[in-house]
Design a protein around this ligand. Structure first.
Ligand SMILES: [Zn+2]
Length: 169
């Protein structure tokens, strides 16, 4: 009896969907680590393509982005997983550049005690620590950090100067 779905071995003349975008097999040697929050995803993608000129960058979208690399005991398991994933991409895809993006009001922090800091200040510290951690694992790799926030109904992204806070120009 025939089934209503296709098996992985079945090649049909008409796929369910064919993307309008062509496939380009060239890698760009860069990855972005950002939060899974889908409300920011399209804007981050646009930023990486248009501003940073990084087409086809590798994506590591996980809750909180690189926050779990900052050394919080609460995120021990997430840190181990993200470290493995990053090391894999550096090795297998030849990464030379990693872009970290944090975003305003990130829910990943809801269970973390901030010690009196604002969430934005904590995220700044965490991005700096995460960048240092990645550099220690992968000497020679370039790591940069950005912050996405809501401004007049849109998403604005700025370079994050971690020790001195948000650099708004
Ligand atoms: Zn988030």
């Amino acid at each position: 009896m025939a089934t209503a779905y296709s098996t992985s071995r079945e090649v049909t003349a008409r796929p369910l969907y064919a993307s309008r975008l062509p496939f380009d097999e060239r890698r760009v040697g860069a990855a972005a680590v950002y939060c899974s929050d889908g409300r920011f995803g399209e804007q981050m993608d646009e930023f990486l393509h248009e501003q940073l000129r990084l087409p086809r960058y590798d994506r590591l979208a996980v809750p909180g982005g690189a926050a779990c690399l900052a050394g919080h005991a609460l995120f021990h398991y997430e840190r181990a997983a993200l470290e493995r994933q990053l090391r894999f991409l550096v090795d297998a895809h030849g990464l030379r550049r990693v872009v970290l993006i944090a975003h305003q009001d990130c829910a990943f922090y809801r269970d973390l005690w901030l010690g009196g800091r604002t969430l934005a200040d904590q995220q700044a510290i965490d991005l700096e620590n995460a960048a240092d951690q990645i550099r220690s694992w992968c000497p020679g790799i370039a790591v940069e950090a950005y912050y996405a926030r809501k401004v007049d109904g849109q998403i604005a992204l700025d370079l994050w100067r971690c020790r001195s806070g948000l650099n708004v120009t």
